[in-house]
Each structure stands twice: as structure tokens, then as C-alpha cells.
Design a protein around this ligand. Sequence first.
Ligand SMILES: [Zn+2]
Length: 430
Amino acid sequence: MPELDLAINNARYLVTCNSSGEVLENYSIGIRAGEIVEISKSQLNGAINYDASGKLIAPGLVNTHTHLAMTLLRGYAEGVDLQGFLERVWAAEGAIMDGSTAELGTKLGALEALLSGTTTTLDMYLFPEDTHRGAVAAGLRHVAGPIFFDFPGLDGMEWPARIEFAKSWPDKLGKIGGPKVPIYLMPHATYTCSPDHLSEIAALANEINANIHIHISENNRENEDVATRYSRTPTDILKDSGLLNRRCVYGHGVHLSDSDLAEMSGNAAVAHCPGSNLKLASGIADVTKYLKHGITVALGTDGCSSSNDLDMWPVMRLAGYLIAQNSGPQNLDAERIFRMATIEGARGLGMADSIGSLEVGKRADIIAVELNSPHLIPIHNLFAQLVFAAGRSDVSDVFVDGEQVVEDYRSTKLDFSQLQKDVTNRIAQL
Ligand SMILES: [Zn+2]
């Protein structure tokens, strides 16, 4: 009986994203119990053997800011800015969203993510038990968590119920199962949660050892509104509430001052969402400056009703274009961009010890990219090829926790035609 559960052999390129950025040629990976146990030049033998001849093998992409259930509202709020978008989308959500609809939308989102090579998402949405169930059914490594608003919201929860629910979240998460993820609490924003409530969340995060995900400084009007109400920046409010003492992932972080950046360094990471930011005309995050401040910069798509898809490949491309436009092409480093979508994403989420690179001891979250296409030859610069030429249709196979969840461009977990029928029926109510 083979000692390995899975062997990935003959990878033409093995992009490790390890600390020295090694790219290995004609290598194999051995996987046991979902963990990478061997990376070797020799042919390996597993219970399942995957032939990666002609393919590029890389870590799964990490999407650090999204709202998967909002796939159901794709294209529903066009031609508006952030505030106009929220108005339109919150009304539509009121009409159709409940736990089972959120689960359905998340299943669709998780399927889209996986088929495009994303293996981990940080997903902020209501009904996190339902969304988590939907994402796990698709095979995604899904970081969910309780969301917080001052007002009851669609789930009808008053503040004390939200806090009680959040206390029980680690238990609930454990019961649903799926690939291992850290505990997160997700206050929506500083314009939807009061400073007192944010302090309460910080105390709870200390108690249950949770990380934080929150929308921060997405556009100028948000900063102005928050300044009018509290005479501070959103980052100041986070700091004063104690939330910056926890690991904190900023959704967007487009408009951050030098003093914001100084306050963030150490614990906060920015989930840079260039597609959403450009489409809603929210502004352009100066990520070169963030990096100089030692801030971890990761990438995200945002939800489908603002940026219309969950595809991390154009996000990488746009992030690159904006760096070139903002800071000069000499600061555009395709390898760095690819790392933002992999190991830096994992670092931002506090998961760099388990995912984000292909190294012995890490979980086997792995994608195979078919290189045998007109737009991917010849290869002069592998990372430029990945960031500026490759796309989601090039991802042929995906493994999460050592399980093959996409095989030959199709999900091994979900029946798409059934999902399509379910989505069509549900959307008929909108
Ligand atoms: Zn968002």
C-alpha cells in the first residue's frame, strides 16, 4: 500500500512561494492526510497519482475580502458609488436573503472561486453558519465569522443576540467542519458599528482569541462621514477600541493617512480590492507606500454585486497596473503581485504557517495551471505570464486539504446544473 494519499508528479514548474521564491522544474509533491510531506525530484507513488506534465503547480489563491452570497446580486447595482451601491443592495437583500438563500449564494460563489483557482476566502456575510455550510459543501477553505451592525439587519438579531452568537461561534464552526480556519469576528465598518460596540467586540476577540475583519476607509465620503461623527479616522477608532491589538484585516483600506499606517503596522493587513475600488470609483490604494510602512498587502475581489466576479486573476492584473500607474513601472514586480495573492494573503489572515506556499508541513491547497495555450507561450518571465497573461480558464485542477475538488475544469463536489436550477428559482422572487 502506498505511503502517500496523493502524489502530484512531473510538474513542469512548481511555484513554491516559499521565502526564497523558489520555482522548481520537473518536481513532484507527496501528500498524506491533507499535508504536504515531500517535495522531490523523483517520481512519487500515492494511492492517487496526478500527472502534472506540462502544467504549472502553484499554491491556491487566497481571496482576503469577499461576500460570497452576493453572487445572487451580480449586476444588480450598476452605475453607483459605494453609498448608492449599499442603498440598492441592502434593499434587494431585504427581499430575498435568509439563511438558506445565503447558503445557496455562497455555494455558487465557492464554486466560482474554486474553478478559478481560489482555495481560501475571507467571507463576510450574514448567516455565517449557512454560508459556511454552503462553502464547505463546495470544498472551499472558508473563513467566515459573525458579522456586527448596530442595527438588527436582515437576520433580525439585536446587539445582545449578536454577542451571544459570536461567543458560540468557535463551537458552531467546529460542528460544521471543513478545512481548518481561524476564528474571525467581522464588525461591518466604523460607520455601521459604534465605538462602544467595537470596544465590546475587541473584548470578546481577546476572550475567544479571534481575528478581526472590517471595512475601513473604502472611499473619501466614508472617511468624511466618520470624521463628522467622531472627529477621528476609522483607523483611530479601531485603535481606540482595542481592535488594532488583534490581527485585523482591512477590507479595502483605500484612503489611509500616514498616521493611520503608523498605527496599523504590526497587526493590520490590507485586503486590496482594485477591481471593486475602480468600479465604484472609490479611489486607488497606494500599496507601494503601505508596503514601505511594513503593512501586509493581500488581495481581494469584494462581493459580486460591486465587482461582478470572484476572479483573482484580473485582481492581480489590476493591482499590477495600478502600482505601475501610481508609483512607476519600476515598482511593478509580478512575483510580488503573485505572492500577494498567495503567501501574503495567508500572512494577512494569520494562516501563513498552514497555507499560501508549497512547502513540507503545509496543507495541500494546490492549483494546476495548463500552460499549453497560445496566450501562455513562450515563457520569458514566469510570474509576468501568471499575472498578466494567465486567467481562470487556465486552471484545470484544484486541491484543498489534499482533496481534489476540481478535476479537469469541473467540480467534484457540486452538481452545477442542479445549482443553476436552484439559483434561477430563488432569484425569481427578486
Ligand atoms: Zn466588502
